[in-house]
Design a protein around this ligand. Structure first.
Ligand code: NDP
Length: 313
């Protein structure tokens, strides 16, 4: 008898095939009436496959009394009700490390795109404006600027490593100073915002960081400052950021994540000083395959009674 697994969010096709071979899959993500599916098979479900996008709620968990593991295809688990998982003895696994390179690359891509006006420049060349009006206005160099990383974790460190050869001076903020790290530490986020030219946000999401990049922090970054967010939309006070970008209190922003995805605030479309990316920092074939394989391997370890590869709780 194959164990019953509920799929809230599918993974890559090769790894879906591995799941199909090992388990009886119930496709919550494909049925017209997920509630009816849970009513029908909830008692049988031993494992769930989900992601940061779909998460899992207490109400869903309570309808699966035999659920033991939720295997996530994301590193962030802010949409998973961890308290409910703990209450019901459900282990959560995620996909750390395998996405560090692509997410860090995306942060640097946004940083350079913002600094050098890539999107505006593309439009300038494409539209014929260059031929009509001559060269684009001069911009600011990246070398020698101060970069503040908010959340110097696995991805934050990969960002700092990439930023160093660009001649950026790196400082960081987190809840704790890290002894193994030489970059200067700021316990006070607003103080760091005042001192840096560019800030990259790459903390965890969830209630612990909601609105961490507040109106005060945004205004401390200032009219010449740039804010890059690749963490979660919830970490930034988005209305305050939009207002600051409109009024010039914040110079520019490069954003991969938003409060309401995918229906982002229409105000963004009218702002010339933002560069937008559709929450796609880990969106490469290679990384999504590695994330999907971790989902499969964590489930296999669980059902073989072996230690999990990447447990969260
Ligand atoms: P880590 O856990 O390794 O790092 C998280 C960092 O955030 C730590 O350095 C931690 O430092 C800091 N942090 C946590 N809470 C706070 C707080 N309240 N204030 C300040 N700093 C805080 O995680 P990863 O680097 O692997 O991933 C980070 C996040 O990146 C994920 O949780 C996810 O939200 C996001 N992400 C986004 C992707 C995208 O597609 N845009 C893709 C992948 C990840 P300390 O403990 O010292 O506070």
């Amino acid at each position: 008898m194959k164990p019953d697994v509920l799929v809230l969010q599918e993974i890559r096709p090769d790894q879906m095939k591995q799941l199909e071979a090992a388990y009886t899959l119930h496709r919550y993500d494909q049925v017209g009436d997920p509630d009816a599916l849970l009513a029908e098979v909830g008692d049988k479900i031993e494992a769930v496959v989900t992601s940061g996008g779909s998460g899992i709620t207490r109400a869903q968990i309570e309808r699966m009394p035999n659920l033991k593991i939720a295997s996530l295809s994301s590193v962030g688990y802010d949409t998973v009700d961890l308290a409910a998982c703990n209450d019901h003895g459900v282990t959560v696994t995620n996909t750390p490390d395998v996405l560090n390179d692509d997410v860090a690359d995306t942060a640097i891509m946004l940083l350079l795109a913002v600094q050098r006006g890539l999107v505006k420049g593309d439009a300038y060349a494409r539209s014929g404006e260059w031929a009509k009006s001559g060269p684009m206005p001069l911009l600011r160099s990246t070398r020698g600027k101060k970069l503040g990383v908010v959340g110097l974790g696995r991805i934050g460190k990969a960002i700092a490593e990439r930023a160093t050869p660009f001649g950026l001076n790196i400082v960081y903020h987190g809840r704790n100073k890290q002894d193994a790290v030489d970059y200067p530490y700021y316990a006070d986020l607003k103080e760091m915002a005042q001192d840096v030219d560019i800030m990259i946000v790459i903390t965890a999401g969830g209630e612990g960081t909601r609105g961490l990049i507040s109106k005060d922090v945004i205004e401390a970054l200032g009219p010449d400052g740039a804010l890059i967010n690749v963490s979660r939309g919830t970490v930034v006070d988005e209305p305050a950021m939009i207002e600051a970008l409109q009024s010039g209190k914040l110079g520019a922003a490069g954003l991969d994540v938003f409060l309401n995805e995918p229906d982002i605030d229409p105000a963004f479309a009218a702002l010339e000083n933002v560069t937008l990316y559709p929450h796609h920092a880990s969106g490469t074939i290679e990384t999504r395959a590695a994330m999907s394989q971790l989902v499969v391997d964590n489930l296999a370890a669980h059902f073989a009674g072996k230690p999990l590869l990447t447990p969260v709780n």
